[in-house]
Design a protein around this ligand. Structure first.
Ligand SMILES: [Zn+2]
Length: 319
């Protein structure tokens, strides 16, 4: 079963899924790009839906402006399945005095497991696990639960906070069987993170490496696929880093090399200034409207279907 904000659904009911976006996110690292307006985020979600996706992961972890009740309302209104996230981002997103930083792995794991089992707090203002806030509710009055656990690390660096969160993610994964997402900077330390998680009982087959495509290295990617890990491809429309054409070429090479069963597709647009409904562009619909048609020409419809339907259903299912 896949845990969405409106409840558990069968993996076969998920449909075409964008594995990584943010409907709500507030981070000191992204000033002026706050995603916190429910009406605007709902309008952007509708654009995503109209571009061909039936489901998405809201990849915003603890403490960065999550709004679970609003996710549930948007999901119900726009017939878009949404999987919410617990866990943490890389350390740079949390100011030095952030209370999350004081917690050790066991306490963090309890927080993450609570989000998955009991429900997520209505407000993302941080509270210690012992005094959890009121739980966010769906329009039907059920608790809104998270369905994925996230951690993040730096560029070839794992700080002590990040190491603590990786340990906590492993504990929460062993407890809940939910899938794991790790934010990487330019796909550095991918094997090292998988080693740390594997040593604690998290199989690479349950881990997606977010932003793997920030390095256009098919050989590295296939070495990660070989050990069972998922590649999060979410770099379309990032012209300052590379062109969509380069990303398409990378995808084609990895698919030809046998990696089609381990790629997840997302946009990770993440900034208000890139959302149509917040007055920016290109918006969450870019992936479905502009990128996927070109991908279809490169790798064919069956492979696109695998990347957008079969793969997310397999990855997000708790087994
Ligand atoms: Zn993201």
């Amino acid at each position: 079963m896949i845990r969405t904000v409106l409840g558990d659904i069968a993996a076969s009911d998920l449909g075409a899924t964008n594995y990584h976006e943010h409907l709500f996110q507030v981070s000191p690292l992204l000033p002026g790009d706050e995603l916190s307006d429910e009406a605007a985020s709902a309008a952007e979600a509708a654009l995503l839906r109209d571009s061909g996706f039936e489901a998405m992961v809201d990849a915003t972890p603890v403490g960065l402006g999550r709004n679970p009740a609003a996710l549930a309302r948007i999901s119900a209104t726009h017939a878009l399945s949404i999987v919410a996230t617990t866990g943490t981002h890389r350390e740079a997103h949390y100011p030095g005095d952030h209370p999350l930083r004081a917690l050790k792995a066991d306490a963090l794991a309890e927080l993450f497991s609570d989000d998955i089992e009991r429900g997520m707090p209505a407000s993302d203002a941080f509270l210690p696990a012992q005094v959890r806030a009121e739980i966010a509710l769906t329009p039907a009055g059920e608790p809104v639960r998270a369905g994925l656990i996230k951690a993040g690390i730096g560029y070839w660096a794992i700080s002590s906070f990040e190491r603590e969160t990786l340990d906590a993610v492993a504990i929460a994964h062993r407890h809940t069987a939910r899938p794991v997402m790790v934010h990487l900077e330019f796909c550095t330390a991918a094997h090292e993170v998988l080693d740390i998680l594997a040593a604690q009982g998290v199989s690479a087959e349950r881990v997606v490496l977010a932003h793997a495509d920030r390095v256009l290295d098919a050989g590295l990617h296939l070495s990660l696929v070989e050990r069972g890990a998922w590649l999060g491809y979410d770099g379309a429309a990032r012209s300052k880093q590379f062109s969509d054409e380069q990303l398409l070429e990378l995808t084609e090479r990895v698919v030809r090399g046998g990696g089609a069963g381990r790629i997840l597709l997302g946009g990770d647009v993440a900034r208000a200034t890139r959302y149509i409904a917040y007055g920016g562009m290109p918006g969450l619909a870019y992936l479905g409207n502009r990128y996927v048609p070109r991908l279809r020409e490169c790798i064919g419809e069956p492979a696109v279907e695998q990347l957008t339907v079969a793969n997310p259903a397999l990855f997000l299912d708790a087994r």
